[in-house]
Write a protein that binds this ligand. Structure first.
Ligand SMILES: Cc1cc2nc3c(=O)[nH]c(=O)nc-3n(C[C@H](O)[C@H](O)[C@H](O)COP(=O)(O)O)c2cc1C
Length: 205
């Protein structure tokens, strides 16, 4: 088992996979890592579809501007935000936060107002805008999976260059589901060198 530091340093985007299947047990461990992620008001808006079917993986690759390596991964995890689920989760999450006195009553009132506003916005606002606001919660869960995958020798690659509507159509989802990313998963068949990173000095503002 890797330390968190080792996983962070070892991780690479993997775009070439061996054809060996990934045990369901490992996929379950990834989902377990995802569900433990933090989220605003503990709303947990993440939803996932596990895709192993060849035809669907091909459709996903096509919906990602023909990034065909996606179709060659044994498993693709479609990572989404459930917009109504976020609002519902927010309402019950705020109640829980109040019950355990984790945050001040004043903050609970502000959060409750936010939840009301979101419910109104859901009726009036473009769902894409709401979805992209909620998406960062899902991104945390996705990165939990990315790092946990290393414990099983698995490689992944974040895919955000996608045509969301095309992905929704593959699964018959409506616009309440915002597609955040695809995550191909498999045993790496390449060992990429680390990509360049900014220094600490460069990231301080
Ligand atoms: C939000 C996000 C979106 C990305 N989308 C794609 C993508 O569509 N296709 C792809 O090949 N790589 C994609 N990547 C991978 C990046 O290119 C990669 O993380 C970056 O070049 C650094 O390389 P490393 O991950 O190996 O350290 C994405 C990464 C992130 C975090």
């Amino acid at each position: 088992m890797l330390t968190t530091k080792e996983a962070i340093e070892k991780r690479r985007s993997i775009r070439k996979f061996k054809s060996d299947p990934v045990p369901d047990e490992y996929i379950n461990e990834l989902l377990d890592a995802a569900r433990l992620a933090p989220s605003g008001c503990n709303a947990q808006p993440w939803r996932f579809r596990i895709v192993k079917d060849k035809e669907q993986k091909l459709q996903l690759a096509n919906a990602a501007y023909q990034q065909m390596f996606i179709a060659n991964a044994p498993v693709v995890i479609v990572c989404c935000a459930d917009i109504q689920g976020y609002i519902n989760g927010m309402v019950s999450g705020i109640q829980d936060l109040g019950k355990i006195n984790a945050v001040e009553g004043r903050i609970i009132n502000i959060l409750n107002k936010r939840a009301d506003q979101m419910e109104t916005q859901l009726k009036t606002m473009n769902k894409e805008q709401l979805g992209s606001r909620i998406a960062f919660n899902v991104a945390i869960a996705v990165e939990h999976m990315v790092l946990r995958a290393l414990d099983f020798g698995l490689g992944t690659c974040w895919i955000r260059l996608i045509e969301e509507q095309k992905v929704r159509e593959i699964f018959g989802w409506d616009d309440n589901i915002f597609v955040v990313a695809l995550l191909p998963v498999g045993y790496p068949d390449e060992s990429p060198l680390p990509r360049k990173r900014l220094t600490i000095e460069q990231i301080l503002i």
